[in-house]
Write a protein that binds this ligand. Structure first.
Ligand code: HSE
Length: 433
């Protein structure tokens, strides 16, 4: 099988390395020789430095796609404009495509899967979610006998690194981000990571496979970690929680929740202890119960490991049939059905709130009265009085499980007090049981 690589950057270089260094290992497993025969990259000099002389290098990816010697195209340039044209063109040329492009799949996945179906080829995307962790395979195949109840993942290494540094070394968000950039854990422009967009692309894809729903990135509720105060990480710890950027998809009777936000997780959960740039995904199936997948979510070789697994799957299946036998989203296409994506106001959760009131008689009574009037119980509460009495003390608390819209009403009422000059911080809690 002749592979054409589009993009010879980090993951492209990693894919070339895996396919050449593990050539024999892969051959022993599948009995097919898989070779990178063509590379397309605008930077021809970089391509020449990265691959053997026997590999044909072209600056134009469309030329690579049109080449009849290329059996399978690997798209590793990212983005959603040129990448979409390239993938579509490869599929219509009857070529299988492997991509690591989560934005592309989360935005145009269904359109592209349809083109793949029409042309009887595969569009594979294991590397798009959680890098080296084979989570797409686990969801589509390993857990196929289950009805999936929920999927919860730490699927962005950049933010997990930042949150780990904020907790372990008491760093501010800005300092931790700067450090992540200096060490190469964060992109020069980390906007998609810190604002939760990257994690949202990944949970969009997983939600679709888990529940058999159409891909709908626009319906995901997204809150990033920019703006997170180190104080809340410390206070959460006092309460027995870790804060993680969690990507969550949950099947409820009323519909489906799909959301990304900083989340308090009990520190006793394994997933709460996933540190640094590592990723983890927890999946609860109705028969198997909770299962946990852990590994490197980014980087050259780990991501390439997933790319190559897809290439191997395609090579194996091409020997048996020219009709792909695993549906792109795990469900038969005619069984992909809309389910209501619930508004964030409608979710039920426990909440962590941080407020600050003048330290005077009756302050706490005023606050607790509001909770009581909404029939919401407070499960834990701490007040931090500073020696400097001129600073309003922090109060942080955990509510019982309640609807988010009710918590919002409580917050509005407390913020309206004249002796409160502070915006209330609200974070969601997930027990992940
Ligand atoms: N930017 C991603 C992360 C890696 O930080 O995890 C690629 O999905």
């Amino acid at each position: 099988m002749n592979v054409g690589l589009i993009g010879i950057g980090t993951v492209g270089g990693g894919t070339y390395k895996v396919l050449t260094e593990n050539f024999q290992e892969i051959f022993n497993k599948i009995g097919i020789e898989i070779k990178v025969t063509h590379v397309a990259d605008k930077d021809v000099g970089l391509a020449e430095k990265s691959v053997d002389k026997s590999v044909k290098i072209v600056p134009d990816a469309f030329e690579l796609i049109a080449n009849k010697d290329v059996d399978l195209v690997v798209e590793l340039i990212g983005g959603t404009s040129i990448a979409k044209d390239l993938v579509k063109s490869a599929l219509t040329n009857g070529k299988h495509v492997v991509t690591a492009n989560k934005a592309l799949i989360a935005t145009y996945g269904e359109e592209l899967f349809q083109v793949a179906d029409e042309n009887k080829v595969v569009l594979a995307y294991e590397a798009a979610v959680a890098g080296g962790i084979p989570i797409i395979k686990a969801l589509r195949e390993g857990l196929a006998g289950n009805k999936i109840e929920w999927v919860a993942g730490i699927v962005n290494g950049t933010t997990n690194y930042i949150l780990t540094e904020m907790k372990d070394n008491d760093l501010s968000f800005d300092t931790a981000l700067k450090q992540a950039q200096e060490l190469g854990f964060a992109e020069a422009d980390p906007t998609f990571d810190i604002e939760g967009v990257d994690a949202a692309h990944k949970i969009t894809i997983m939600a679709s496979i888990a529940f058999g729903i159409p891909i709908n990135f626009d319906a995901v509720f997204i809150e990033g970690i920019n703006g997170l105060d180190q104080k809340d990480i410390s206070y959460a710890e006092e309460l027995g929680y870790r804060i993680k950027l969690l990507a969550l998809a949950k099947l409820e009777e009323r519909g489906v929740e799909v959301r990304v936000h900083p989340t308090l997780i009990p520190e006793s959960r394994l997933v709460a202890n996933v540190s640094g740039p590592m990723n983890a995904v927890l999946v609860k199936g109705n028969m198997v119960g909770p299962t946990l997948y852990y590994g490197a979510g980014a980087g050259a070789e780990p991501t390439a490991s997933a790319v190559v697994a897809d290439i191997i799957d395609i090579a194996r299946q091409s020997q048996i049939s020219n009709k792909p036998f695993i549906p792109s989203l795990g469900f038969m296409t005619n069984q992909i059905k809309e389910k209501e994506i619930l508004s964030i106001d409608d979710i039920n959760s426990e909440f962590y709130l941080r407020l600050s009131m003048k330290n005077q008689a009756g302050s706490l009574a005023k606050i607790t009265k509001i909770f009581a009037s909404h029939n919401i119980s407070i499960d834990a509460m701490t007040q931090k009085v500073e020696h400097n009495q001129s600073i309003d003390p922090d109060i942080f608390l955990v509510t019982s499980k309640t609807k988010e819209s009710i918590v919002n009403e409580i917050i509005e009422e407390i913020e309206a007090f004249s002796d409160n000059n502070h915006k209330i911080i609200k974070l969601r809690i997930e027990e992940l049981k």
